[in-house]
Write a protein that binds this ligand. Structure first.
Ligand SMILES: NC(=O)C1=CN([C@@H]2O[C@H](COP(=O)(O)OP(=O)(O)OC[C@H]3O[C@@H](n4cnc5c(N)ncnc54)[C@H](OP(=O)(O)O)[C@@H]3O)[C@@H](O)[C@H]2O)[C@@H](O)CC1
Ligand SMILES: Nc1ncnc2c1ncn2[C@@H]1O[C@H](COP(=O)(O)OP(=O)(O)O)[C@@H](O)[C@H]1O
Ligand SMILES: [Mg+2]
Length: 286
């Protein structure tokens, strides 16, 4: 039986620390979110919103131009670029720290071309978060993964499509073997989400059915992107993002039967401020 470690608040409190006074947006990372076709614009808006509210220094969304106005109506802080404009992406991608690809991307020919462009342009030093439709495309087209730091964020059906392991057979042993074959980190999303990285397995301890609404996973990609973009320890940043997304939902769920993805994003800055205030003494037993 493999050992699973618990993701708890102390990891988050050690990760989200007060910002140094003499810093600027360039110190907190530039995130690119790629996705959102003509039908699923909401998915990339939710991912991008979480990246902005999660504290990334600069955030750009590469999406279908039909989403530009609706995105800006909710999120003037984000920049936008046409996700089929290869010349623009060629200029932009090398300047990024973290790239999210997949929320609402769809799986048609245009989506595949966009994903191939991202895979061609991503650099080894960057972090690439592969979610939703992009996982389905990698699985269906048997795409070769780029040489970079990859985080997959599948739900159990996307994980089945990627690995062939049916949900009932998704044991820690089988999941870890599949993760190691992929040479990637895996966030396997479910009631108690599991994180597979290197030879470690972590399990979330918070989160509940108030999260069972379209866009919760899209939002998680943005939280992960913002955290790995701005915090030094990338592994703790990933675990902290998984915990924070669920813990905010639990807190909101005291007064909300369902916690809408945009509610979680809007609560990120205050939750992070609370975490950053914890002193080492406070952290014991929190
Ligand atoms: N506002 C927007 O723009 C939104 C856009 N979105 C975008 O849509 C794209 C497709 O993503 P997706 O997750 O909606 O569809 P898909 O991958 O086909 O998975 C669903 C299938 O799996 C099954 N299933 C069984 N167990 C499950 C479980 N535990 N968790 C999840 N599924 C489970 C389920 O079974 P059923 O419910 O039919 O019984 C069904 O057969 C993607 O790009 C995403 O970003 C969405 O985020 C929504 C908001
Ligand atoms: N019952 C539940 N308990 C805890 N977390 C849940 C529950 N239902 C959904 N979630 C969380 O919500 C998110 C759903 O992700 P996903 O299926 O990709 O949604 P979407 O693609 O619609 O954004 C995951 O982070 C998952 O862990
Ligand atoms: Mg999803």
């Amino acid at each position: 039986m493999l050992m699973m470690q618990e993701i708890t608040a102390d990891i988050v409190q050690a990760t989200i620390r007060p910002r140094e006074a003499d810093t600027y947006k360039g110190d907190y990372g530039h995130v690119l979110t790629v996705g959102g076709n003509q039908n699923y614009g909401g998915a990339i808006i939710m991912s991008t919103m979480a990246a902005v509210y999660g504290g990334a220094g600069l955030v750009t969304a590469a999406t279908d131009p039909s989403n530009f106005t609706s995105l800006h109506a909710q999120l003037p802080e984000a920049m936008v670029v046409d996700d089929t404009d290869v010349a623009e992406l060629t200029k932009l991608i090398p300047t990024m720290n973290v790239i999210v690809v997949g929320p609402g991307l769809g799986t048609d020919q245009q989506a595949q071309t966009i994903l191939e462009t991202v895979f061609d342009l991503v650099l080894p030093k960057q972090i690439l978060i592969i979610d939703g439709s992009a996982i389905d495309l990698v699985a269906a087209q048997k795409m070769t993964l780029p040489d970079t730091h990859i985080i997959f964020t599948p739900h159990v059906i996307e994980w089945q499509r990627l690995t062939g392991i049916a949900p009932d057979d998704q044991t820690p042993e089988k999941n870890q073997a599949a993760q190691q074959k992929l040479h990637a980190n895996v966030v396997l999303k479910k009631h108690r989400t599991e994180v597979y990285m290197q030879d470690q397995i972590w399990q979330n301890t918070v989160g509940g059915p108030a999260l069972a609404t379209g866009g919760s996973g899209d939002t998680l990609t943005g939280v992960i992107a913002a955290f790995v973009a701005q915090f030094e320890n990338k592994q703790k940043a990933l675990l902290s993002a998984v915990y924070t997304h669920s813990k905010i939902s639990d807190q909101l769920a005291e007064n909300a039967y369902v916690t809408l993805p945009t509610m979680i994003s809007h609560a990120l800055p205050s939750f992070m401020a609370q975490m950053a205030k914890k002193t080492p003494e406070d952290r014991i037993g929190f």
